[in-house]
Design a protein. Structure first.
Length: 454
């Protein structure tokens, strides 16, 4: 005998509860109705409820009161809040307290179906993750070694991140949100997730959301047909179509203008869009990985980020800790950067004095892994011996005092010193010196003229 799912609708408007009851019964739910907090709680106690749809404002209390009771006593019941005009602050609070989704009045049957699809997809993903967790509750050293070249996992926190990535790579329909400070390696992790997934033979398309002007959003994301606008001399695929059967990596998603977030949400939800100048929809199969260094929950509260887009992107969040919270990774990262830099400039890989690691472990690294890579490469420019020592980091006096305060540097003096060293090493070959410094030849020439180093 097949199990029939149950739904409870709580709203003081009897018309709404009647219409919703009829809708759910057509979709094969056993359905109950209530018109107050008291009636709703009684029905929750009497029946197993799979999904609760309830209004925020009720005659004898708030839907938040029921939400709290449900999350405490019936944690497996999904709760969808019904909101009216001006209720968004309460909706945000409800989502933070465990509501699964919300419907904004007036809503359609299609809106309900989309909400149910989200709930069912999330349940299925959670079920699969739980099965995998039971089968393997930890990562073996062998698996860690397999991906050691892509992510350093000497610290416990990094091992947890790799464990999450390996588990999530098994599930193709889960969108992933990477959250962490600037420079923590979010793009590296996005590429790792893609390369470990079944989509690895197709493209991962990176998009810097902060760099897309509002006026160019549709043409960049959805593409356009020849003649769609002045200058459109050929048809062009957008990011979504380029990422078909692969992954779309939305970097700095928190910087996307609010006014275009709804268009992105629709394309992600439907996996369908219209290129500019076309009347024919394009259907794609795209996994979304997004990244941010901002607090999206706070942005939702400030009405600068859509909560529905957040919940669509946030199938699973990986929180990436800053480098100062995983100092065990610094030594291996340093070795990796030295090897990469030495190979790129055909230089012998030096040994490393222990004092270097002690020094590096004491730094705050507000720029995280990116900052570590930067100073290691600059130290390599100064290194003429077979051993990299603390003296080669003389340009970097960002050592913390007892209060771990950052010392203000004379940036011009450091820049002059670096440029001079690079020019000496390359016998005044400006192209080679620019390559050592990681800047263009024209940028080097401007600095040479600025500091009168010719």
């Amino acid at each position: 005998m097949n199990y029939k799912q149950t739904a409870l609708i709580i709203d003081d408007e009897k018309r709404i509860t009647f219409e919703l009851k009829e809708f759910f019964e057509i979709n094969d739910y056993e359905t109950f109705r209530a018109h107050s907090v008291k009636e709703g709680i009684e029905l929750l106690k009497q029946h197993h409820i799979d999904i609760l749809i309830q209004d925020i404002k009720l005659p004898d209390g708030s839907g938040l009161d029921i939400l709290k009771m449900v999350k405490t006593n019936f944690p497996n019941t999904d709760v969808v809040m019904i909101s009216g005009h001006g209720d968004m602050d309460t909706v945000i609070e409800a989502m933070r307290k465990g509501a699964t989704d919300y419907l904004k009045k007036p809503f359609t049957h299609n809106d309900i179906l989309i909400a149910l699809e989200r709930i069912n997809n999330a349940k299925e993903s959670k079920r699969k993750l739980n099965i995998l967790s039971e089968q393997k509750a930890f990562i073996t050293d062998k698996i860690i070694e397999q991906y050691q070249s892509n992510i350093v996992t000497n610290s416990p926190k990094s091992k947890v991140i790799l464990e999450q990535i390996i588990r999530l790579s098994k599930f193709d329909n889960i969108n992933i949100l990477l959250s962490g400070e600037t420079g923590t390696g979010k793009e590296v992790l996005a590429n790792l997730i893609h390369n470990m997934s079944e989509r690895k033979d197709n493209l991962i398309v990176p998009v810097n959301c902060s760099a897309i002007p509002e006026t160019m959003f549709e043409s960049e994301f959805f593409g356009y047909e020849k003649g769609a606008f002045t200058g459109a001399e050929i048809s062009k695929k957008g990011f979504f179509q380029m990422a078909d059967k692969g992954t779309l990596f939305l970097d700095e998603i928190g910087d996307m203008p609010y006014s275009i977030q709804s268009k992105l949400l629709r394309a992600i939800e439907l996996q369908q869009f219209y290129p500019l100048g076309s009347e024919k929809p394009v259907t794609v199969d795209v996994k979304i990985i997004s990244a941010t260094n901002r607090d999206l929950n706070e942005m939702i509260h400030e009405s600068s980020f859509r909560s529905d887009l957040y919940h669509r992107l946030n199938g699973f969040t990986i929180n990436i800790p800053p480098l100062r919270e995983r100092v065990e990774d610094i030594e291996q990262l340093t070795y990796n950067f030295i090897k990469q830099f030495a190979n790129s400039v055909k230089k012998e890989i030096p040994g490393i004095d222990d004092s270097v690691f002690k020094f590096l472990r004491q730094q705050r690294f507000d720029g995280n892994i990116r900052e570590l890579k930067n100073i290691v490469e600059k130290a390599m420019i100064f290194c003429d011996s077979s051993v990299l020592t603390l003296s080669h980091f003389g340009f970097y006096t960002n050592s913390p005092d007892e209060d771990r305060k950052v010392t203000t540097l004379n940036l011009e003096e450091n820049e002059i010193s670096l440029i001079t060293q690079a020019l000496i090493k390359t016998q005044n070959n400006q192209s080679s010196a620019a390559k050592l410094l990681g800047i263009s030849r024209h940028a080097l020439i401007r600095r040479v003229e600025k500091y009168n180093l010719s």
